[in-house]
Unconditional design. Structure first.
Length: 295
């Protein structure tokens, strides 16, 4: 049995959370095309007969324009120093930019293997993939370069094979059936938050968090209660929607994912609350569990 910790870093929307979910086989990290979707360090646990690989999903590294952005960057860079292997994910369908070069520059002092993952190759042909490999290979002494498509599940098994060659530990850090270090309450709240992200405009998500109030477990079903919390009444009206239309869509989409996760019938009860005192930035950040990262 070989094991180890693998930290995924990269710009927002590079596909880190999608890759973790694909490898683990369950939704343990939410995904969205909105920036700053991932707000916490989340571990996804891959197990097979010969290995246990703990993937550390981190927030996207970006140029921050507020305190929340600074905190997210601090969490992401914290993950760099807390792993046996680093996976740098880049969106291969986009041009190499200053953001990717900034992250690569931060890696020059690390002492663990860095593997470059060229994600979203389903959007490229073979010649374009080779061009991307050539473009990146001289920027840093990568231990490996692995092209794949996290969304399509293409070449992810090759990534696992590659990672196994770098595993050095010989201990199981988690149980053989574990898929994440996060609680069920956290995962439920995150799935609801993902649907809020995907069904609202960009100005809404950054003022929203979700809290699981109760989970009632029955023989064949779960009754779940989640509060969607915002900091002003105007956002509450947006999330509820005309005649409750949007909150119903959020609930329907979240229920589908929760039933896949829990393999039981889900009765989901959503409530939107306004907590205006969260306008205080420190209280607001504390509400997301960022206490340890506040300056």
């Amino acid at each position: 049995m070989k094991s180890g910790f693998v930290s995924l870093i990269g710009r927002p929307n590079a596909g880190k959370s999608t890759l973790v979910n694909e490898i683990v086989g369950k939704k343990v990290a939410i995904t969205s095309n909105k920036p700053q979707t991932t707000r916490n360090i989340i571990k996804g646990i891959y197990n097979d007969e010969e290995s246990q690989i703990v993937f550390i999903d981190t927030p996207g590294i970006h140029k921050p324009n507020n305190k929340l952005g600074n905190v997210l960057n601090k969490q992401a860079f914290y993950g760099i120093n807390d792993a046996d292997i680093i996976l740098l994910l880049v969106d291969a369908s986009e041009e190499l930019g200053g953001g990717d070069k900034f992250i690569i520059d931060k890696l020059h002092d690390v002492s663990v293997p860095v593997i470059l993952v060229l994600n979203k190759i389903d959007k490229l042909n073979n010649e374009q993939i080779m061009q991307k490999i050539i473009e990146y290979k001289d920027l840093y002494s990568f231990a490996e370069i692995v092209p794949l498509s996290a969304l399509k599940g293409k070449n992810t098994t090759e990534l696992i094979k590659t990672l196994k060659t770098y595993l050095k530990d010989e201990i199981m850090y988690y149980g053989a059936s574990d898929i994440t270090d996060r609680s069920l309450d956290f995962m439920i709240a995150e799935i609801v938050r993902e649907k809020v992200f995907n069904l609202t405009d960009e100005e809404v998500p950054h003022s929203v968090t979700c809290v699981t109030e109760a989970v009632e477990v029955g023989k064949t079903s779960y009754n779940i209660y989640v509060n969607i919390i915002v900091d002003r009444d105007s956002l509450k009206k947006i999330i509820i929607g005309s005649g409750g239309s949007l909150i119903k869509k959020i609930g329907t989409q979240a229920r589908i994912d929760l039933e896949k996760l829990l393999n039981k019938k889900i009765y989901l009860n959503l409530n939107v609350k306004t907590v205006k005192k969260w306008r205080d930035k420190e209280q607001y950040l504390n509400s997301f569990g960022f206490n340890d990262f506040l300056e």
